[in-house]
Design a protein around this ligand. Structure first.
Ligand code: FVH
Length: 289
């Protein structure tokens, strides 16, 4: 059976990797990019280059959108709603959960089956099992697009809420961001005594690898919800953080990242939770509505 027709809008680093993979997997492919020259390697590989977004949207049964951001997506999709009607749109552009939900609501209004995607991979990983791609929204759209989605990497349907794939993406990126700031803090402290960044990074890597299983213990304490396991307490942690802040400052290194942590622990202690398990800090992250 012949494979369906696909469209890719956006041929940046990620859109190009996706287009190459889909073409390599045997799909008839139409591509469009603002800078038309970026379509040339794709036409050389057998794809069709569409002169306009409307022509590209009309060509594919499933339309992949891999543009810069939410505003760019809406700017280019809204004028071609008629061409997209009855098709599946897979938006792989990074957006916030509410932006994803807003685009899903717009798509529903115009009879477009919408799937919101989040790519947990860099372009070189596309098409390998190490590329994890999360999808959310219209489950029947997922079923239709699934063979093509599986050509891109490990595909997972995260749920019917169209914001949930991007939420997971943002949550995982937040974890990465905070971890990498930890590297920077350690490197800044150690370079005051002449240690190279490379040496400190190696030490941090070993230490974090040993500590990784502790994340699951934190999760169990949070899920338990009582914060009374007798493990490391808020007050114990406050003393620890105070030492880290002092040590950092003694070396002439700002402790701003660590101070944010101390503020939350101090708030917990002030509200009578000094003896609680320290993961109760999660309560301080909830913004009252
Ligand atoms: N690259 C990565 O590692 C990450 C992995 C996780 C997911 N992201 C997201 O994927 C989206 C695209 O990222 P990208 O890496 O392809 O980004 P660029 O190479 O910068 O390409 C951007 C494309 O968007 C087009 N574009 C930008 N502004 C406009 C505009 N005003 N009108 C029309 N198109 C626009 C750009 O076109 P051009 O500059 O070539 O003409 C590229 O096609 C992104 O959401 C990442 O967060 C990738």
């Amino acid at each position: 059976m012949p494979k369906g027709s696909l469209t890719v809008l956006g041929l940046g680093a990620m859109g190009s990797a996706i287009a190459h993979r889909l073409r390599g997997a045997g799909y008839a492919l139409t591509v469009w990019n603002r800078t038309a020259a970026k379509a040339e390697p794709h036409t050389a590989a057998g794809a069709q280059a569409a002169p306009t977004v409307a022509a590209a949207a009309a060509a594919g049964d499933v339309v992949f959108v891999v543009l810069l951001d939410h505003a760019t997506v809406r700017e280019h999709l809204e004028p071609v709603a008629a061409e997209l009607k009855g098709k599946v749109v897979v938006n792989l552009t990074t957006t916030t959960p509410n932006q994803s939900r807003a685009t899903a609501a717009w798509a529903a209004e115009y009879g477009i089956a919408y799937l919101d995607g989040a790519i947990m991979a860099v372009p070189d990983m596309i098409g390998t099992p190490d590329a994890r791609l999360l999808y959310a929204g219209d489950e029947s759209a997922y079923a239709i697009a699934r063979p093509a989605l599986e050509a891109l990497g490990a595909a997972e349907f995260a749920g019917a809420d169209p914001g949930v794939a991007s939420l997971k993406d943002m949550a995982l990126l937040s974890a990465m961001d905070l971890m990498l700031l930890g590297y920077v803090q350690a490197i800044a402290m150690m370079r005051t005594v002449g240690t190279t960044a490379a040496d400190t990074a190696g030490e941090v890597e070993m230490w974090l690898a040993a500590m990784l299983p502790y994340g699951r213990e934190i999760a169990a304490i949070v899920d338990g919800g009582t914060y009374d396991t007798g493990g490391q307490s808020v007050d114990f942690d406050r003393a620890g953080i105070a030492s880290l802040i002092t040590a950092s400052r003694e070396q002439g290194v700002s402790a701003r990242f660590l101070e944010a942590h101390r503020v939350l622990l101090d708030e917990l202690a002030a509200s009578g939770h000094g003896a609680s398990d320290w993961p109760r800090i999660i309560d301080r992250l909830t913004i009252p509505s």
